[in-house]
Design a protein around this ligand. Structure first.
Ligand code: ATP
Ligand code: MG
Length: 310
């Protein structure tokens, strides 16, 4: 079996709002698959349907060969979830939380202990293992939830914005652990609105907006798809009227970024020639000049805009 998650026509409405609108996608086994979208795009709703928390209105989802609606128990046994509003049992210690998780999933006691020790140490929580979760900070709670999710050694791990609100160091730790478990064979499905994170972590990314999938591809191919987002970035020794640069042939759009001006174009070479002519004519010196490939952020903004139809 090469497919870990298979989704067909999955749909969920809340009253008038179509939160997830007939989405289709496949996640391959051993992939890190990113679900990237702005607030309210439908990420959490999708994850809740895939993990059996929320019943879809339409469509189906199959996890490692198990239909989440027809065989919910089988599907749930092989997955773990780090939900958006993660909550550990507040009146249990960190250690007790993990032992309880092990029991629920039928992990042998000794194994649970070993895994808990390893995970708590990795996440820097081992010293605090005998304290109640209620006294943990937000980031510590988030790490504890991730420890609990990993303790069961799931075949598929769902993470809903696992690094949201965490400091740089903690976020990096979580990304490293995601990679490590993925190398050892866990398929990862995670949502984020952070482009850079998706870019660094994912084998493939689905971009979701208003409940629909706008694109699915590798980060690199998503970037290449938007060749019209190529740009030339220039800075001069003196401020220049941006209006004059807008008149350069083949420039489709431009914006000021700090002391630089970025000119979007399909023809970077022609734009560079025009810029050097312009500088000579105006007796300006070019301080820096670069051609840039589109960033994932450019692609994201473009796709999300296209989807909105503006
Ligand atoms: N239980 C609910 N009742 C009513 N509306 C809901 C419910 N859950 C989600 N929605 C609506 O569905 C849409 C998608 O919400 P969802 O939580 O899936 O977005 P998201 O992509 O996870 O956003 P965020 O990045 O803010 O977490 C939103 O318009 C939201 O208001
Ligand atoms: Mg969400």
């Amino acid at each position: 079996m090469k497919t870990a998650i298979e989704v067909e026509g999955l749909t969920k409405s809340f009253g008038e709002i179509i939160a997830v609108n007939h989405i289709n996608f496949e996640v391959k086994k051993d992939e890190i698959f990113g679900f990237l979208g702005p607030n309210g795009a439908g990420k959490t709703t999708t994850i809740r349907m895939l993990t059996g928390v929320l019943k879809p209105d339409e469509g189906k989802a199959i996890i490692m060969g198990h239909d989440i609606l027809k065989e919910p128990l089988k599907a749930k046994q092989i997955i773990s979830v780090v939900p958006e509003m993660a909550n550990a049992y507040r009146d249990l210690t960190a250690w007790q939380n993990l032992m309880l998780m092990g029991e629920l999933y039928g992990v042998p006691k000794e194994e649970s202990r070993e895994r808990a020790k390893f995970l708590l140490k990795e996440f820097g929580l081992y010293e605090r293992r005998n304290q109640l979760a209620r006294g943990f900070s937000k980031g510590m709670k988030q790490k504890l939830i991730l420890c609990a999710a990993l303790l069961t050694e799931p075949q598929v791990l769902f993470l809903d914005e696992p690094t949201a609100g965490l400091d740089v160091e903690s976020a990096r730790l979580i990304r490293d652990m995601i990679r490590q478990y993925n190398r050892e064979g866990t398929t990862i499905f995670f949502s984020t609105h952070n482009m850079e994170e998706a870019n660094r972590l994912c084998d493939r990314i689905a971009i979701i907006n208003h409940g629909k999938i706008a694109a699915i591809d590798t980060p690199e191919k998503l970037r290449m798809k938007s060749t019209e987002l190529k740009s030339v970035e220039v800075s001069f020794n003196k401020p220049v009227p941006i209006k004059e640069l807008a008149e350069i042939p083949n420039v489709t759009n431009l914006k000021k970024i700090g002391d630089k001006i970025r000119l979007y174009t399909d023809e970077p070479h022609s734009v560079i020639n025009s810029l050097t002519d312009y500088a000579r004519r105006k007796k300006l010196t070019i301080i820096s000049l670069n051609t840039l490939a589109p960033t994932l952020e450019d692609v994201f903004i473009k796709l999300v805009k296209e989807h909105r139809g503006d």
